[in-house]
Design a protein around this ligand. Structure first.
Ligand SMILES: Cc1cc2nc3c(=O)[nH]c(=O)nc-3n(C[C@H](O)[C@H](O)[C@H](O)COP(=O)(O)O)c2cc1C
Length: 783
């Protein structure tokens, strides 16, 4: 349980299992919803719970990570639960009621596998589901499932708790909030075939005051208990026809507004003229844009964006989510005294080592100048004194700590009116009068530091703004038209608008603030909502047998073009940084230079902090004689280059040893432009370190008819592959893009087994599922 909480929930335990933070944030929101519904509960991370015996009701919010695995913090929990005996006739958890909200991504093969596995296990131990489980898809938008699931949970809980309150072992803690409706508790397991999870691894405060222009009506759906307080349930909001409402033209008369920022009681005046910022304000943004050479959308373009056009007539009632209570306050010191800031506040996801400081030794371009994507190979040198702690194997991956680009931070500081405060020391604390029940300073933000550092290193300012943030932004938007549009975007009625114009368009907070210029949230609102800036993971392509003191990896430079509401073109945070290190990539005239080493952009040492990520499975087989089938189009080939470099060394050392057959299916667009590691892979094939090297060129179809992508070549060689899989226990390794490749490759193997295994009633899908359980179908994929 978190510090400072006065919660003694005995009936209800809210549990979360989160790798990157989504499940935790959702569980915290749910906790607020439950408490404001008069439900006593405890909020805990799975790592804080040993046994479920004795618990009466749990709600688990659980994400899935890796290849269908539990988040790191839930491994122990899962190990304990999973080893419980379900074969006996006893039902040890018969008195436990539960439900699960699983978070996953349908781009991965094992969708919501951890949540589904817990559901199935609890079911088999006799626990009863009191509310249908929800399976939310991050690929299409978690909110589509999460919002209605959370909305209907309190009434299900109240009904459930009131039903069980007469049982003798329960204290009657929430009687006043319970009703007597009956619910059906029993249900069949929601999950069919599951992949087995390895178990041996380790704003402003909403004072209840709506804006004076809005009329608040209680929704019919709000249960009685929720009607008593100002902060509970959904609220219907109607825009009234008061003096501040928009004219038909959508423009407003001049409005001058004073916003009292709660960070330092500093007053700031925003002038909105006919819904637009005054010229001098716009110009400052243009000056920053010019300084960093960014191609900002013009004011005219902004005004014509679909994102800014209201979709519903003013009379349309909008149902807004609850305004999240503010809970942080900030104060600044005038002078920037010496401060030792330790930004490593809590461990990073999948961390298997402390972050260490490396030196960028080289950056190499692997693609030709005219390739559609530019691929870089980055080599980092480890400090000598860390070599023993950094032992790695091919197939391992590293997290690279990243920083938000300086220009993004400068724009944000400017838009928030905080340029002058950026280098003063601030102190963050929890507001004494906050209505948030479990408020603490986020674990990844130091309570004392420099604002610029926090915005550069701790929070993800490029993340797509989630609805609670957008809901909070509404409260800090002066222009009625902009305010109404933000309300639309966050409303139940505008769910499609949000998915199309915010999530679908991949917008960032900066885009929103640049477009909705009268929106000036206090920095505390952003720090309350912005997710952690997470390291970027890359698979090693080096082998420790060749050079233990370096790690090398490959990445495509991610280009985010200025289009729709993306207000300026930019590169991915980490790949943009790598590319910025190279003088040759920055200078347009050098763009036509051949592939090869690039000149690092600085004379001094360039440092990158990295840590080793835990990975138990994606390694070469323990028995060298086991055949391996590797599938890695594009940069997905990276770990296999590492495998083969490693194998070459091992083969040289153990010349008598028998090695299983090796296959590599690689794919790229053009043989001359983006055939990564071409010479090296061909050499491996010539030396028979790699026995079969099959390449598909997707833009040269006239040459390889019918073999456009890796999956086509897999089907083409189906006869041999089926024999390797079925008779010789080969291992399949797949690395690369989950969205466009992993599923097609899976279907290709289904086809291969279907066509070439001649056994009555043979079920290829079940065979592949079994291979997954045996860790013979391994994936390292990204969505
Ligand atoms: C490295 C990685 C691996 C993932 N593996 C799976 C998976 O196997 N199955 C699945 O359904 N979702 C998978 N996901 C999607 C996450 O479960 C989803 O994004 C979720 O919202 C993350 O929640 P969290 O932030 O609480 O960890 C994966 C995401 C990442 C980043």
């Amino acid at each position: 349980m978190r510090n400072g909480l006065d919660v003694t929930g005995e009936d209800l335990l809210l549990l979360y299992a989160s790798q990157n933070g989504n499940a935790k944030v959702i569980a915290e929101d749910l906790y607020e919803v439950c408490v404001s519904n008069g439900l006593k509960c405890e909020l805990k991370c799975c790592s804080q719970v040993d046994e479920l015996d004795g618990k009466t009701c749990i709600v688990l919010i659980a994400s899935t990570t890796g290849d269908g695995e539990p988040p790191d913090t839930a491994r122990k929990f899962w190990r304990r639960l999973n080893k419980r005996d379900t074969t006996s006739t006893t039902t040890p958890l018969a008195s436990l009621y539960y439900t699960v909200l699983g978070l996953g991504d349908t781009n991965y093969t094992n969708f919501c596998n951890f949540g589904k596995s817990v559901d199935q296990k609890l079911c088999s131990l006799g626990a009863k589901r009191f509310y249908e489980c929800g399976w939310a898809d991050d690929g299409t938008g978690l909110e589509v499932v999460v919002e209605p699931w959370i909305e209907n949970l309190p009434s299900a809980l109240r009904t459930h708790l009131s039903t069980i309150q007469h049982q003798p072992h329960l204290t009657n803690t929430t009687q006043s909030t319970r009703n007597t409706r009956e619910v059906i508790f029993e249900g069949s397991c929601a999950c069919g075939e599951l992949m087995e999870i390895e178990s041996d691894k380790e704003g402003k405060v909403n004072d209840g005051n709506m804006n004076e222009n809005t009329e608040v009506k209680e929704s019919k759906d709000i249960p009685d208990v929720m009607k008593s307080g100002p902060d509970v349930g959904d609220l219907k909001i109607e825009q009234s026809n008061s003096s501040n409402s928009m004219s038909d033209s959508g423009l407003v008369s001049e409005v001058e507004r004073t916003i009292k920022h709660n960070h330092n009681n500093q007053k700031q005046t925003i002038v909105v003229e006919n819904g637009r910022m005054r010229e001098e304000t716009k110009d400052k943004l243009l000056t920053i844009a010019a300084k960093y050479k960014i191609d900002l959308l013009s004011q005219e373009e902004v005004e014509n964006l679909p994102l800014t056009s209201c979709a519903f007539p003013l009379e349309t009632k909008l149902t807004l989510p609850i305004l999240p209570p503010s809970y942080l306050s900030i104060s600044y010191q005038e002078s920037a005294e010496e401060l030792l800031t330790n930004l490593d506040t809590s461990p990073y996801p999948s961390a298997a080592s402390e972050p260490i400081d490396t030196i960028v030794e080289s950056v190499k371009r692997l693609t030709r100048y005219d390739a559609i994507k530019t691929t870089l190979e980055v080599k980092l040198r480890l400090p000598n004194n860390t070599l023993d702690k950094f032992e790695y194997e091919p197939g391992d991956s590293y997290g690279v700590l990243v920083r938000n680009p300086k220009c993004d931070v400068e724009i944000l500081l400017y838009l928030l009116g905080l340029t002058g405060q950026a280098d003063n020391i601030f102190e963050l604390s929890v507001m004494l009068d906050t209505k948030k029940k479990c408020a603490t300073v986020p674990s990844f933000i130091p309570a004392r530091g420099f604002l610029r550092n926090i915005l550069e290193s701790c929070v993800d300012i490029r993340a797509i703004p989630k609805k609670p943030l957008v809901r909070s932004l509404v409260e800090h938007t002066a222009d009625p038209k902009e305010r109404r549009r933000l309300q639309e975007l966050v409303s139940r009625e505008g769910a499609g608008e949000y998915s199309q114009h915010i999530r679908g368009a991949n917008l960032s907070l900066l885009d929103l603030l640049i477009i909705f210029r009268s929106c000036q949230p206090p920095i505390t609102t952003l720090l309350e909502h912005l997710p952690r800036l997470l390291p970027r993971a890359y698979s090693v392509i080096s082998s420790p047998l060749i050079d233990q003191s370096c790690v090398t990896f490959a990445c495509n430079i991610i280009e985010i073009p200025r289009m729709n509401s993306v207000t300026y073109s930019r590169r991915g945070i980490s790949t943009g940084w790598f590319s910025s290190l190279c003088k040759d990539l920055c200078d347009a005239e050098d763009i036509a230079q051949p592939m090869g080493n690039l000149t690092l952009n600085a004379h001094r040492d360039i440092h990158a902090e990295i840590y080793k990520r835990s990975n138990q499975n994606f390694h070469l087989p323990k028995q060298a004689a086991t055949p391996i089938i590797m599938v890695g189009p594009g940069t997905g080939v990276a770990p296999f280059v590492g495998f083969l470099r490693h194998r070459e060394k091992i083969m040289a050392i153990n010349q008598e040893q028998k090695f299983g057959e090796s296959w590599l299916f690689f794919g790229c667009r053009h043989r001359e432009r983006d055939f990564l590691f071409k010479e090296e892979l061909q050499r491996f094939e010539q030396k028979q370190i790699l026995n079969h090297f099959i390449v598909s060129f997707s833009r040269e179809e006239e040459i390889n008819i019918g073999s456009k992508y890796v999956q086509h070549n897999i089907v083409k060689h189906g006869n041999v592959l089926a024999n390797l899989l079925f008779n010789l226990q080969a291992i399949i390794y797949i690395c690369g893009d989950a969205q466009n490749m992993a599923k097609d490759v899976f279907e290709a193997f289904v086809n291969v087994l279907d066509v070439h295994v001649d056994i009555p009633d043979f079920k290829p899908r079940e065979y592949l599922a079994e291979m997954q359980l045996q860790r013979r179908y391994l994936q390292d994929i990204w969505a």
